[in-house]
Write a protein that binds this ligand. Structure first.
Ligand code: PGA
Length: 248
C-alpha cells in the first residue's frame, strides 16, 4: 500500500477575528507538530491574506469556498486565482454547509472542483450523508453519487483530499464511531479502486470530519482507512495540536 501522509485540516468557518486568529496561529506556530502530518487551516476569505502571514509556512492555508470561473460579474464571490494571489494553496469545496445551508448542487460543486484544480489549487472535497439518509440505509448511495460527480471533474488526484463528513456529526458533538468512519472510508476506497484506479485508491487521503476532538481523535486515527481529519469547532482551540498529533 502506498504511504499516505496524515492530513489534518482546520475549518475555521465564519469564526474568529484578527486577534483570536492570530492567537490560534501563534499556538500552532510554536507547537511541536508531527513532521509527517500535513496541516492546512481554512480561513474566512477576508482573512486569507492575514492567515497566510500569521501562520508558519509549514502550515497550509485554504479558502472555504470559491467560484467556478476566474473572474467576472459575480458579486460576492472569490476565484481560485484570487486565493492563490493571497498565498493560499488549498480550497475546501462541497462542505455540507455549502450544500445544505446555501443549496449548492453536486453539479456546481463538480464545476468548482474542476476549475480550482485547473487553477492549480489543491482541493479538500467534502461528502457525507444526512441523518435521514443514514437511517434510510442510503449512506453508500449518497456518498458514491457525491464522489462520482467529484471524480468526473478530477484529472490530478494528487491534488485532492476526500473528506467524509456525515452531516449528523458536524457541529453536533455526535462523532461517528471509529467503526462507522472506517466502514465508509473503506467503501469509498473500494469505490475509487473500482471506478478510478488502484493507484488513486491507494494514495488518496480520505479524512474524517464531524465533532473530532482531542478525546476521540486517536481511536479514529488508528483506523486503517482514516488518513486524517477535517476539524471545525476544535480547530480554533489549543486541542487542535493534539488532533494534528493523533498519529504521532
Ligand atoms: P465540527 O465541524 O468539527 O465542528 O463538527 C467539522 C466540519 O464542518 O468540517
Amino acid at each position: 500500500m502506498a504511504l499516505r501522509n496524515f492530513f489534518v485540516g482546520g475549518n475555521w468557518k465564519m469564526n474568529g477575528n484578527k486577534e483570536s486568529l492570530e492567537e490560534a496561529s501563534a499556538t500552532l506556530n510554536t507547537a511541536s507538530l508531527h513532521d509527517q502530518t500535513e496541516v492546512v487551516c481554512g480561513a474566512p476569505s477576508i482573512y486569507l491574506d492575514f492567515a497566510r502571514s500569521s501562520l508558519d509556512l509549514r502550515i497550509g492555508v485554504a479558502a472555504q469556498n470559491c467560484y467556478k470561473v476566474a473572474k467576472g460579474a459575480f458579486t460576492g464571490e472569490i476565484s481560485p486565482a484570487m486565493i492563490k494571489d493571497c498565498g493560499a494553496d488549498w480550497v475546501i469545496l462541497g462542505h455540507s454547509e455549502r450544500r445544505h445551508v446555501f443549496g449548492e448542487s453536486d453539479e456546481l460543486i463538480g464545476q468548482k472542483v474542476a476549475h480550482a484544480l485547473e487553477s492549480d489549487l489543491s482541493v479538500i472535497a467534502c461528502i457525507g450523508e444526512k441523518l435521514e439518509e443514514r437511517e434510510a440505509g442510503t449512506t453508500e448511495e449518497v456518498v458514491y453519487t457525491q464522489t462520482q460527480v467529484i471524480a468526473e471533474n478530477v484529472k490530478d488526484w494528487g491534488k485532492v483530499v476526500l473528506a467524509y463528513e456525515p452531516v449528523w456529526a458536524i457541529g453536533t458533538g455526535k462523532t461517528a464511531s471509529p467503526e462507522q468512519a472506517q466502514e465508509v472510508h473503506e467503501k469509498l476506497r473500494a469505490w475509487l479502486r473500482a471506478n478510478v484506479s488502484d493507484d488513486v485508491a491507494d494514495s488518496v487521503r480520505i479524512i474524517y470530519g464531524g465533532s473530532v476532538t482531542a478525546a476521540n481523535c486517536r481511536e479514529l486515527a488508528s483506523q486503517g482507512d482514516v488518513d486524517g481529519f477535517l476539524v471545525g469547532g476544535a480547530s480554533l482551540k489549543p486541542e487542535f495540536v493534539d488532533i494534528i498529533n493523533a498519529r504521532a
